[in-house]
Design a protein around this ligand. Structure first.
Ligand SMILES: C[S@@+](CC[C@H](N)C(=O)[O-])C[C@H]1O[C@@H](n2cnc3c(N)ncnc32)[C@H](O)[C@@H]1O
Length: 378
């Protein structure tokens, strides 16, 4: 098996979890209601298929456990369903059933005396659903609905306009609580990038004013400002997306060097000599990408740079994570993931030339999910 195939197979495997005290269970440590349809432990293809079709059970159980704060309540202790229900204000019987389902998905384990505790995977989620638990928020209503409509979308080829009223960004605009949760999830997803880039030896280009375009809470900007200690920073984003930026930038010690500019990158982008577009372009169709990049070029000082972070697709299709992200971009935003050449074809005519391509985030020798594309202002 090639390294990329191995990585893809690993990505479909479900996490190791505890075995129940009695009964069967899957080879992966999680349990599927469809296990009986396989031809046993050695039926690799059958086991892969039942896992694929059990997602509708696993994800909601994990999300409910995160949303109800059960991980935090179980941090460092073992509790009964009644203890948890009393503290969380939930129904005791339903809580017990959810906790037992939590064992089946590998997040919890149970003691003989009816108490539950976190499994190693449950602990990885963090006491108050910090860290990987932030990803639970991606089970947001518009994302669920969009993904459920995938087959219909492929049949009809309908185009989604994320800027249209009722689009995804509008939804976050009218649901500030969800916008904060989305910012936390995005922030967590991006927070591993700076370390991976440092480890891979990437150094950002010199700059005195860095603009994080669609920067959200400024996860990448904080890293750039630490790498460029004399630079000032700007975030331009929708107001609700920047709600957590002051706290985050304050904790990172760069708030005094950062200006927050609420607004749309389709209207105007602040002036600077380094414009960053981190996982922004994949949200948009080609026409919108040209408008965003053209606005960056217009605001770019001579000799400046544009740094793009994306799930750059392999030129020849491979089992890469970017292809999965691509279908989500299609149904949710009308956006798309692109190959290197597709990025160049859109970006270079706006006034940039590719300077460097930097792969980042490969796990176990697999396809690196993300790439940094550094362009010079021409
Ligand atoms: C996928 S998130 C990426 C966030 C951040 N750059 C990162 O890498 O963590 C896309 C961002 O684009 C912002 N955005 C959407 N429409 C925008 C617009 N018209 N003008 C400025 N920002 C916008 C969203 O609010 C969101 O913060």
């Amino acid at each position: 098996m090639s390294s990329t195939r191995k990585a893809a197979a690993a990505a479909t495997a479900l996490p190791e979890g505890p075995r129940p005290r009695a009964g069967g269970g899957g080879a992966s440590g999680t349990y599927s209601v469809l296990d009986f349809l396989t031809d046993g432990e050695n039926d690799t293809a059958g086991r892969q298929l039942v896992q694929l079709f059990s997602g509708y059970l696993y994800t909601p159980v994990a999300v409910a456990i995160v949303e109800l704060g059960i991980l935090g309540r179980l941090a460092g202790k073992a509790l009964t369903p009644e203890d948890i229900a009393k503290d969380a204000g939930t129904d005791p019987d339903a809580t017990g059933r959810l906790l037992r389902a939590g064992m089946a998905v590998g997040l919890l384990s149970g003691d003989e005396d009816g108490r539950f505790r976190l499994s190693p995977a449950g602990e990885r989620l963090g006491p108050d659903a910090g860290r990987l638990g932030e990803m639970a928020v991606l089970w947001l209503e518009p994302i669920r609905e969009a993904m459920v409509g995938l087959a219909e979308h492929v049949r009809s080829g309908q185009q989604v306009d994320p800027a249209a009223p009722g689009g995804f960004w509008d939804y976050l605009g009218s649901h500030p609580g969800e916008a904060v949760k989305f910012a936390r999830a995005m922030g967590y997803a991006t927070s591993r990038l700076p370390g991976a880039l440092d480890a891979a030896g990437y150094r950002p280009p010199a700059a005195s004013r860095v603009v994080d375009v669609g920067g959200n809470r400024g996860t990448m900007l904080a890293w750039l400002l630490k790498a460029l200690p004399d630079a000032a920073g700007v975030i331009v984003d929708r107001a609700e997306a920047m709600a957590t930026a002051p706290d985050f930038l304050g904790a990172a010690g760069v708030q005094h060097r950062t200006e927050l500019v609420p607004g749309s990158f389709f209207e105007e982008v602040p002036e600077g000599d380094l414009h960053l577009l981190s996982r922004v372009l994949h949200n948009w169709d080609d026409k919108s990408v040209r408008r965003i990049v053209a606005n960056c070029a217009k605001a770019g000082r001579p000799g400046g740079s544009l740094v793009v972070v994306e799930y750059v697709l392999p030129a020849v299709p491979e089992p890469a994570a970017g292809h999965l992200m691509d279908v989500m971009m299609m149904v949710l935003y009308g956006g798309r993931e692109r190959t290197l050449e597709q990025h160049r074809a859109l970006i270079e005519p706006c006034g940039y030339a590719l300077r460097e391509e930097f792969p980042v985030g490969a796990v176990d020798g697999g396809q690196p999910p993300l790439r940094v594309l550094e362009f010079a202002r021409t």
